[in-house]
Design a protein. Structure first.
Length: 177
């Protein structure tokens, strides 16, 4: 059975006489796909950012900055690692790490903010904030009750877990089978 590739047209395949020209055809197709994805991304960014048409048209890929996002189980006790791995230009989404604070959302936000400020200060002072992270957080927690509460609450959190992609239900017969 013969399967025709969707990447090439018959003209492009007929023109390729050796391995080098075949690679050039593939590269051209890949570049066209990348350009389509780039253009679609620019339009989506433009519309979601509320840009006018002339602003969208004038956007270049080089003008766009992409920012890493940390989310899903992060808390203030990991601040030294987050800052080290993701840098300053990052979005830290502390959902449960803020809302789950025993003293309320404001206390959770305070704990996260104080932890971040303590790490940035230590880094700016030239300290090895990654290695000293837990000690820096404990020192900051002596002056910030919400941070101490959060560190006590999440100190035992470990991310070494088994996969959750396993079946955890039992099939039950129904009358409509």
């Amino acid at each position: 059975m013969f399967v025709e590739s969707t990447l090439f047209t018959s003209k492009a395949t007929a023109k390729s006489e050796n391995a080098e020209s075949t690679i050039n055809v593939i590269d051209k197709e890949k570049n066209e796909e990348i350009k389509k994805l780039r253009d679609r991304s620019i339009i989506l960014i433009g519309f979601s950012g509320g840009f006018r048409r002339n602003e969208i048209v004038s956007l270049d890929y080089e003008d766009l900055d992409f920012v890493p996002v940390a989310s899903g189980g992060i808390h203030c006790g990991q601040m030294h690692m987050l800052l080290n791995y993701l840098g300053d230009d990052v979005v830290l989404q502390f959902g449960g790490g803020t809302i789950g604070h025993p003293d309320g959302i404001q206390a959770g936000a305070t704990a996260n903010r104080v932890a971040l400020e303590a790490m940035v200060l230590a880094r700016n002072e030239g300290r090895d904030y990654l290695a000293e992270g837990p000690a820096i957080l404990q020192a900051a927690a002596k002056m910030c009750g919400p941070l101490q509460t959060a560190l006590d609450l999440w100190k035992g959190i470990s991310f070494n877990y088994s996969s959750t992609d396993t079946s955890d239900f039992a099939e039950t017969p129904t009358a409509n089978v």
